[in-house]
Design a protein around this ligand. Structure first.
Ligand SMILES: [Zn+2]
Length: 128
């Protein structure tokens, strides 16, 4: 899953780093950190368009602290983490497969193998 969003400015394909929301009641444009979910009335801007953005006449711009754009190093870290998680999942899957009844029967010699001995059941006399 690639959750990276792109700048909403036409013809701009840079990665969005900020979300612009208009607060019509206050005539305020708020430029803040990228919204977690894409919102219908918000615009995602790349770093360059954040710099270039000017509010419509009579509007105020509120610029919230925007985190630095994601660097390549961070992206590698994400991949490394995903890879580690994938390896862990594979390991778990192997364990489950090894413990499955089918595999156990194969190890005992297939369908012809005698059923595993039942644990001894003893009637314990009630001495009271
Ligand atoms: Zn842009």
């Amino acid at each position: 899953m690639d959750s990276q969003r792109l700048c909403s400015r036409q013809g701009c394909h840079r990665v969005a780093v900020a979300t612009l929301t208009y607060v019509y009641a206050d005539s305020t444009a708020v430029l803040g950190p990228l919204a977690t979910l894409p919102e219908p009335h918000a615009y995602d801007f790349c770093a360059e368009h954040v710099e270039r953005f000017t509010a419509p006449r009579g509007w105020e711009i509120v610029r919230l602290a925007i985190p630095e754009p994601v660097t390549t190093l961070d992206r590698d870290d994400v991949y490394a983490l995903a890879d580690a998680l994938h390896q862990a999942e594979k390991r778990d899957a192997d364990t489950v497969d090894r413990l499955s009844p089918r595999r156990t029967r194969e190890r005992l010699g297939g369908d012809d193998a005698p059923p595993p001995a039942k644990p001894g059941l003893h009637l314990v006399p009630d001495e009271h």
